[in-house]
Design a protein around this ligand. Structure first.
Ligand code: G3P
Length: 221
């Protein structure tokens, strides 16, 4: 699984979001790697979500966060029902850059998923993952905060990745991320037991995002 988190870079929002989604959409439509077709998820900025799903209905678009709030009197929050009304059925959750500190985080994950949004729940360490897998999220992602955006891949810490993977044996869709930059990093991630990766800057800031996407997908061929 390849999760492209576009974050809110100038290179990945507004018209530039369109440029990147055009690339992903064309790639997904034409790839011969059947099994990756349904396994590329693009998390676009909350501000681009509605038009992104409207214009790329066949892409798996994720929100970068979602809130266990109801529609109506919830200024600034992103309720589950709003995502579903857009046709968005996936969301990142508890990303290092958008931590959910609530005491009710387990209940929130369960409630959000029970309404129909699949969560890719981010964790900064094994202890947090063990706690959050109890809510049975669609996916869990390990991202050591200090490596995010560094270009130094999480796979340079193989012991931490292995410890993480082994600590949650019943969890499906274990992803790793932070600094993942190229196909070698992804091969290493899969060798270490991950189902895939969550990455941002290597794709968003690539000089040639189309070529970079092709490189990032190859390990899954
Ligand atoms: O969600 C992915 C992210 O936090 C990792 O960012 O730029 O290191 O791939 P990056």
């Amino acid at each position: 699984m390849l999760v492209l988190n576009l974050k809110t870079y100038s290179e990945s929002t507004g018209l530039n979001c369109k440029k990147l989604l055009d690339i992903v959409s064309e790639y997904v439509a034409n790839t011969k790697i059947e099994k990756i077709r349904d396994r590329i998820i693009v998390a676009v900025a909350q501000t681009d979500l509605f038009w992104a799903k409207q214009n790329y209905p066949d892409l798996i678009i994720a929100a970068q966060n979602v809130d266990n709030k109801v529609q109506g009197s919830s200024t600034g929050w992103v309720p589950v029902e709003t995502l579903l009304s857009y046709g968005v059925e996936y969301a990142l959750y508890n990303h290092s850059e958008h931590r959910m500190y609530s005491d009710s985080i387990l209940e929130d994950i369960k409630t959000i998923q029970s309404k129909g949004v699949k969560l890719i729940v981010c964790c900064e360490n094994t202890q947090e993952a063990v706690k959050l897998t109890a809510a049975n999220p669609f996916a869990i992602a390990y991202e050591p905060k200090d490596l995010i955006g560094s270009g130094i891949s999480v796979t340079t810490r193989p012991e931490s990745v292995s410890e993480f993977v082994k600590a949650i044996p019943t969890q499906k869709n274990i992803l790793i991320g932070a600094g993942v930059s190229n196909g070698d990093d992804i091969n290493k991630a899969v060798e270490l037991g991950a189902e895939g990766v969550l990455l941002a800057s290597a794709f968003v800031k690539a000089l040639d995002p189309k070529a970079k996407l092709d490189e990032l997908v190859q390990p899954f061929a």
